[in-house]
Design a protein around this ligand. Structure first.
Ligand SMILES: NC(=O)c1ccc[n+]([C@@H]2O[C@H](COP(=O)([O-])OP(=O)(O)OC[C@H]3O[C@@H](n4cnc5c(N)ncnc54)[C@H](O)[C@@H]3O)[C@@H](O)[C@H]2O)c1
Length: 256
C-alpha cells in the first residue's frame, strides 16, 4: 500500500533536482505522475530511469511561463488518467541576487513569468479541475527567499513572497471545497538550479556583503530527496488537516 496510491499528480520542473526526486518518490508510493518540464533530454533521462524500475511515467514538455502550455498540461493529466488530485508547482529559476537598484526589466519579467505567473496559471487550472471533481491538493515549492529578505535578489524574493500570498489566499478561499494548498520553503539544496544563475564570480560587493555573508550561517545544504519527502507528506492524505501552511525545509537556516 503506497502513500499516494491511485492519486494523479502533476509535477512541474520534474526533470531535475527536487522535482525529479518528487516524481521518483511519488511513483514509488503508487501515484500516477505527469512529469512536466522544458528540458526534453532530462525528461527522457527520467523516463528511462522510471522504465528501468518497471514503472511508468507520463512526460510532457510544458513551459509554465506560457499559459496555453500550462492549460494543456493539466488537460493532459485529466485526459490520460481521468482526474487530477495533486499539482506540485515546483519549476523555478533564480535571479542573480541583484538588489532592486540593479534589476533589469528583462530579468525581472523572466522571474515573474516563471516563478509567479507560471504558478498562477497552474493553480487556476488545477482549482477549476478540482472544483469539477470534488477536491484536490496544491503544493507550491517556494523558498525561504519567500519569507526572508536577504536570501536572493529582489525579483526572486518578490516572486516567492507573492507565492506565499497566493498559497494563503487559495487555502482560505477553497477550504470548504476539499482543496488544500500549502507551500514548501526550502533553503539551499543540491540541485541544478545554479545553471540558471551561472557564474557568480563577478557579483557586486553589495551582494557579497549582504547575501553571501549570511549564507555562512547556513547549517548545511539539503539533498533534493529531503524536499521531495516534504512534498510527499503535503500531497498525501497524511496532511489532510494541513492547509495554508508555509513549511520551511532549511535545517533551521531561516530560524535566525
Ligand atoms: N536549489 C535550491 O537551493 C532552492 C532553494 C529554495 C527553493 N528552490 C526552488 O525549488 C524549485 C526547484 O528547483 P531545483 O533547485 O530543483 O532546480 P533545478 O534547476 O534542478 O530544477 C528545476 C527544473 O525546472 C525546470 N524549469 C525551469 N524553467 C521552467 C519553465 N519555464 N517551465 C517548466 N519547467 C521549467 C528546469 O528545466 C529544471 O528541470 C524552484 O522553484 C526553486 O526556486 C530551490
Amino acid at each position: 500500500m503506497g502513500r499516494m496510491d491511485n492519486k494523479v499528480a502533476i509535477i512541474t520542473g520534474a526533470a531535475s533536482g527536487m522535482g525529479k526526486e518528487m516524481a521518483l518518490l511519488f511513483l514509488d508510493e503508487g501515484a500516477k505522475v505527469v512529469a512536466a518540464d522544458i528540458n526534453q533530454d532530462r525528461l527522457d533521462e527520467l523516463e528511462g530511469e522510471v522504465k528501468a524500475k518497471g514503472q511508468e511515467v507520463t512526460t510532457t514538455i510544458a513551459n509554465i511561463a506560457d499559459k496555453a502550455q500550462v492549460e494543456t498540461m493539466v488537460q493532459k493529466a485529466v485526459d490520460t488518467y481521468g482526474r487530477l488530485d495533486v499539482l506540485v508547482n515546483n519549476a523555478g529559476i533564480m535571479d542573480q541576487f541583484q538588489p532592486i537598484g540593479d534589476v533589469e526589466d528583462k530579468g525581472w519579467n523572466l522571474i515573474m513569468d516563471v516563478d509567479l505567473n507560471g504558478n498562477f496559471y497552474g493553480m487556476r487550472s488545477a482549482v477549476q479541475q478540482f472544483l469539477k471533481q470534488g477536491g484536490g491538493v496544491i503544493v507550491n515549492n517556494g523558498s525561504i527567499a519567500g519569507i526572508r529578505g536577504g536570501r536572493a535578489g529582489a525579483s526572486y524574493t518578490a516572486a516567492k513572497h507573492a507565492m506565499v500570498g497566493m498559497t494563503l489566499n487559495t487555502a482560505h478561499m477553497y477550504a470548504k471545497d476539499n482543496i488544500r494548498c500549502n507551500m514548501i520553503a526550502p533553503g539551499s539544496t543540491a540541485t541544478n538550479i545554479s545553471e540558471t544563475y551561472g557564474d557568480l564570480s563577478a557579483v557586486s560587493d553589495r551582494i557579497k556583503d549582504r547575501v553571501f555573508t549570511g549564507m555562512a550561517i547556513n547549517p548545511r545544504q539539503a539533498q533534493a530527496i529531503e524536499i521531495a519527502q516534504v512534498a510527499l507528506f503535503l500531497a498525501s492524505d497524511e496532511s489532510s488537516v494541513v492547509n495554508g501552511s508555509i513549511i520551511t525545509a532549511d535545517s533551521g537556516f531561516s530560524a535566525y
